[in-house]
Design a protein around this ligand. Structure first.
Ligand code: FAD
Ligand code: SF4
Length: 468
């Protein structure tokens, strides 16, 4: 059979997944990696259609059909080179992107035949090439003599550093945490992304000449003025870190936790890092998680792995209208999390600690501006469920630094940094011409691949601004 029609005889195959009863006690990644034969077969299912919608839907516009073809032909090193040209963190996006909403959702074969497993193959390419000693060849790159400081070692900062060093710019990355990765290390749990993967990328960047200064908070340990004086430009990729609180009666009771401090405490515990966040252990607790996004799913699945006696997730819309990934909800259900859809919290109950939560049922009305149907409480449907701990996972607001104002770094009403203020500016340039910004602190809490894209775009702007 011609390669073009391979999809007719070969169904989509997802990487093997650890059985739910095994993985609910373990923190390691749940998906296995394709071997070279599986990767070649699955890559060979690509139709090589003339108009690759997958490429358009992928926020970094990966050359997907091209590297699928190379993998189908067994050309791993070439595929790795090509994949790393458009994506600074391909092995990470291959793991954590919601592919069903992005590249795979747009695959022509998604219409009845099963989309090509693009994410798993992207992961396979970089994992395997890195294991075989692949690293970007920068021997042709000449030192420009320019230096840029990057504040924040999350995906936006790392991607900006990657593109700048490929353009001969010397890059120093500063981060307040003891390891690089931002939310890749201290937010997203190990069962979605093992931290050894982030450390491998750190080695690659260091080999490219990127220097990391960690445990250094800009604005506290290092004055921002010092960076402006020492560097030709500065990129900010500082993320969004203000959790949206529950604003419910009883939300100050012991036993109520915000999602990110909870997840950071778990990451620190597993990485054996003595951080500011005291370890929060859900062993033998009845846990209720409030929220329906990726952060809520990560809290659910972390609590179950810590040995919670029960984990219930309450969300005010139905399963079809969650903001997070359906794949992650499915994984959580398999691991034993009970979902209370269409429930809005009214009150956290308890005298001197959490004893339960009162919820009311909702029904969905008209769609809002973002196309998601609004929940309305249904009178007379209140119920109480017993709980020892409540985790609030309602998302994040911007956390602009106090020093932005003194350096003409403008923010909007939501506290997000404003870039490209006028037509004469470069993309991702702030109101201070020497300062660029991208990722969550500019677009609001979003996806890794969007932060990667913006870090890369900002780096291209900085290259132009520096006249290189
Ligand atoms: P961050 O990753 O937040 O990095 C910002 C960095 O800046 C941090 O390291 C911080 O320490 C540093 N910093 C801040 N201020 C300073 C300062 N003054 N000095 C020095 N350093 C500073 N996205 C997905 O695509 N898939 C997922 O499955 C997914 N799961 C998620 C799960 C959770 C729990 C959370 C919270 C988010 C998740 N996301 C997911 C979203 C994704 O992690 C973010 O969109 C992405 O990390 C944003 O990248 P960033 O570089 O803008 O910011
Ligand atoms: Fe798909 Fe994300 Fe990879 Fe793009 S970066 S091809 S959207 S998995």
């Amino acid at each position: 059979m011609s390669r073009v029609f391979k999809y007719l005889e070969l169904p989509r195959l997802d990487p093997e997944k650890l059985a739910a009863n095994e993985r609910r006690h373990r923190f390691e990644e749940i998906y296995a990696r394709f071997d070279s034969e599986q990767a070649a077969h699955q890559a060979g299912r690509c139709l090589q259609c003339g108009n690759p919608y997958c490429e358009w839907e992928c926020p970094v516009h990966n050359y997907i059909p091209d590297w699928l073809k190379l993998i189908a032909e067994g050309k791993l090193a070439q595929a790795a080179e090509l994949s790393n040209q458009t994506n600074s963190l391909p092995e990470i996006c291959g793991r954590v992107c919601p592919q069903d909403r992005l590249c795979e959702g747009a695959c022509t074969l998604n219409d009845g035949f099963g989309a090509v497993t693009i994410g798993a193959i992207e992961r396979y390419i970089s994992d395997s090439a890195i294991e075989l000693g692949w690293f970007p060849d920068l021997t042709h790159v000449e030192d420009s003599g320019k230096q840029v400081a990057v504040v924040g070692a999350g995906p936006a900062g790392l991607s900006c550093a990657d593109v700048l060093s490929r353009n001969g710019v010397r890059v120093d990355v500063y981060d307040r945490y003891p390891e690089i990765g931002g939310l890749l290390t201290f937010g997203i749990p190990e069962f979605k992304l093992e931290k050894a993967i982030v450390k491998k990328r750190r080695k690659i960047l260091e080999n490219m000449g990127v220097r990391f200064t960690l445990n250094a908070e800009v604005g506290i340990d290092i004055p921002f003025d010092d960076l402006l004086a020492a560097y030709d430009a500065v990129f900010l990729g500082m993320g969004t870190y203000s959790g949206i609180d529950a604003s419910l009666p009883g939300d100050d009771l012991p036993g109520v936790y915000m999602a990110l401090p909870y997840l950071i405490s778990s990451a620190n515990h597993l990485l054996k890092i003595a951080g500011d966040h005291e370890f929060i252990d859900m062993a033998n607790r009845r846990v209720v998680v409030l929220g329906g996004g990726d952060t809520a799913m990560d809290c659910n699945r972390t609590a179950i792995r810590q040995g919670a006696s029960s984990v219930t997730c309450a969300y005010r819309r139905d399963a079809a209208n969650i903001p997070g990934s359906h794949r992650e909800v499915h994984n959580a259900e398999e691991e034993g999390i009970v979902f209370f859809w269409n429930r809005q919290p009214l009150e956290i109950i308890g005298d001197d600690k959490v004893e339960g939560i009162r919820l009311i049922r909702t029904e969905l009305g008209e769609a809002d501006a973002r196309g998601r149907r609004r929940p309305h409480p249904v009178t007379g449907t209140e119920e109480t469920i017993e709980a020892d701990c409540i985790i609030v996972a309602f998302g994040f607001r911007a956390s602009p630094a106090a020093w932005f104002d003194n350096h003409a770094i403008a923010t909007n009403q939501r506290g997000l940094v404003v870039t490209t203020a006028s037509e004469s500016t470069y993309p991702f340039q702030t109101a201070n011409p020497k300062v660029f910004a991208g990722g969550d602190m500019v677009r609001g809490s979003s996806l890794v691949v969007h932060a990667v894209h913006e870090g890369r775009q900002a780096a291209q702007s900085i290259v132009q601004y520096l006249g290189l």
